[in-house]
Ligand binder design. Structure first.
Ligand code: SF4
Length: 445
C-alpha cells in the first residue's frame, strides 16, 4: 500500500509474515484526512481458506510498521565514517552496478553471490534467480530456506525426488480423522491454523509430539487426542517405534506399498529392533501409548483421512534428515501421500519460503524444482529464457556457505534481498565481513 493516496481506499491483501498468509483488508486510519503519516491503516481479518477470517497479533499489528521511525524508505549509503546517509536511487543503483561490474572483472562471475529470502513473492524469487544466473552469471545464489528447512528438503529429495513443503491445501486437513503433528507449536506461532486441527480433535485423533506441554499439545486435553512427550532428541526413535508397530501389527497398506514404493524389506529390517518396549526405554513414551498412536494413524488412513506433519522442532537436529525421512517412511507405509484425504507435509514457516525454492532461489534448483544438474531441466529452462544452455551456471559444492563467504578470500560482493543477515545469521561474523568490504562499497549490507 502506498503512503498517501492509496490510504484513501480499502485494499484486500495478505499478512506479510508467516506461511499461513492470512487474508486481511486494510482501510484508512482514523487520522488519514489530516496527517496520513500518523495513522496506520486499520486491519480486518478476511475470509480465506487458510485463516477463515482470523489473524494473530502479528497480523493485527502489521501496519504499525508503516509509520515506524526506523523504517527505511530511501537508499542509504555507508560513508567512510561508517554512517549511513540518504542518496538518490540513481546514485545507489549506479554504485551497486559499478561495484558488481568491477568485482566480476577482477574475480570472475562467482566473485558475486546473491542471497534472497522467504519474504519475496513468487515473481520476485523467479526474477532474482534469473538475474543471478543470466545477468550476473554467478552460481552463488541461495536463500534462507537453505538453513531452516534443509533437513526437510533433504528428506523430501531423498524420498520423493522433490523438495516440496506442503503438497496440499491446509483446508484439506479439516476432514481428517487423525493428524499427527511433530515438532511444531502452531497454537503460538500461527494461531489461525488451529481451526484446521479442530476436526481431528473432535474425532479424538489429534496427536501432538512435543517434549513440552505446549499450547498446541494442550489442545489434545480432555481425551481429545494424544500428547506424546518424548525425551528431547529422541524423535527419530519414536518414529522408528511407530513404524515397527505399523509393520508388525499388519497396519501397513501393502497395496500402496507394492504399487508405489520401493525398499519395504530394507525399512522392515531397519526397524525390527525397535519393538515398543525398547522404544519406550529410549523415548520415555509408554509402549501402550505408542501402540494406541499407531492404531489411530492406521484407522484414520483407512477411514476419513490421516495426515503426518513435521516442523522445525524435529527437523533441526543432527539427525533431522533421518527423522524427517522416517516420518515420510511411516506415511508411505500407511499409504498417505497422493491420497485425496490423507498426506505427509512439512510446515513452512516464512511468508513464501516454499515459493522461494519453487521458483529458483536455491543454488541447485532451477524454477519448478528442476535440478540444475539435470540436462533436460537445463535445456527446458534455457529454452524458456531464450538463451543458450551453457549460459546457466552449474551449482558448486560449497553453495550452502554462500552467506558466510563474503570477504577478501571468497565472495567479494553479496547483494541481499528481503533478508536481515545481521539478525538471523551469526551477527559478529556478518559484521566482520561487512567491515572487510571495499571502501565506498554500497550499504547497508
Ligand atoms: S498466522 Fe501468520 S499469516 Fe496469519 S496473521 Fe499471524 S503471522 Fe500473519
Amino acid at each position: 500500500m502506498g503512503r498517501t493516496g492509496d490510504l484513501l481506499r480499502s485494499t484486500d491483501t495478505h499478512c506479510p509474515y508467516c506461511a499461513l498468509q492470512c487474508a486481511m483488508t486494510l482501510t484508512p486510519g482514523a487520522a488519514v484526512e489530516t496527517t496520513a503519516a500518523e495513522s496506520p491503516p486499520n486491519v480486518a481479518g478476511r475470509e480465506f481458506p487458510t485463516n477463515r477470517g482470523g489473524l494473530c497479533r502479528k497480523g493485527w499489528t502489521s501496519t504499525t510498521l508503516l509509520q515506524h521511525p526506523g523504517r527505511v524508505t530511501e537508499p542509504l549509503l555507508r560513508g567512510a565514517d561508517g554512517v549511513h546517509r540518504p542518496v538518490s536511487w540513481d546514485e545507489a543503483l549506479g554504485r551497486i552496478a559499478d561495484a558488481v561490474r568491477s568485482t566480476r572483472r577482477l574475480h570472475g562471475p562467482d566473485g558475486v553471490g546473491v542471497f534472497g529470502g522467504g519474504g519475496l513473492t513468487n515473481e520476485k524469487a523467479y526474477q532474482l534467480g534469473k538475474f543471478a544466473r543470466l545477468a550476473l552469471g554467478t552460481s552463488r545464489i541461495d536463500y534462507n530456506g537453505r538453513f531452516c528447512m534443509s533437513s526437510a528438503a533433504a528428506a523430501g529429495n531423498r524420498s520423493f525426488g522433490l523438495d516440496r513443503g506442503l503438497p496440499f491445501p491446509v483446508a484439506d486437513l479439516d476432514t481428517a480423522a487423525t493428524i499427527m503433528l511433530l515438532g511444531s507449536n502452531v497454537a503460538d506461532t500461527m494461531p489461525p491454523f488451529m481451526v484446521h486441527l479442530q476436526g481431528a480433535r473432535d474425532a479424538g485423533g489429534l496427536i501432538v509430539v512435543d517434549p513440552r506441554r505446549s499450547a498446541t499439545a494442550a489442545f489434545t486435553a480432555d481425551g481429545a487426542g494424544i500428547h506424546l512427550q518424548p525425551v528431547p532428541a529422541t524423535d527419530l526413535t519414536l518414529l522408528l517405534g511407530l513404524t515397527h508397530i505399523v509393520i508388525h501389527e499388519g497396519l501397513a497398506d501393502h497395496a500402496f506399498i507394492n504399487a508405489r514404493t520401493s525398499g519395504f524389506e530394507e525399512i522392515s529390517r531397519s526397524v525390527a529392533g525397535w519393538w515398543p518396549e525398547r522404544a519406550q526405554s529410549v523415548t520415555g513414551v509408554p509402549a501402550a501409548t505408542l501402540r494406541k498412536t499407531a492404531r489411530l494413524l492406521a484407522a484414520g488412513a483407512a477411514g476419513a483421512g490421516c495426515y503426518i506433519l513435521t516442523g522445525r522442532g524435529v527437523e533441526q537436529h543432527v539427525d533431522g534428515t533421518d527423522t524427517a525421512t522416517s516420518a515420510i517412511n511411516l506415511s508411505l507405509l500407511l499409504g498417505l501421500p497422493g491420497s485425496a484425504r490423507s498426506g505427509y507435509g512439512t510446515l513452512t514457516g516464512q511468508g513464501n519460503g516454499q515459493g522461494g525454492r519453487e521458483h529458483g532461489q536455491k543454488a541447485d534448483q532451477l524454477p519448478g524444482y528442476r535440478k540444475i544438474t539435470d540436462p533436460a531441466a537445463r535445456k527446458h529452462v534455457a529454452g524458456v529464457w531464450g538463451v543458450d544452455e551453457s549460459l546457466i551456471p552449474w551449482a558448486r559444492p560449497a553453495r550452502r556457505r554462500t552467506p558466510h563467504e563474503l570477504g577478501p578470500a571468497r565472495r567479494r560482493a553479496l547483494p541481499v534481498r528481503a533478508r536481515r543477515q545481521c539478525g538471523s545469521l551469526r551477527p559478529g561474523r556478518v559484521r566482520r565481513h561487512r567491515r572487510a568490504a571495499p571502501a565506498g562499497f554500497p550499504g547497508p549490507l
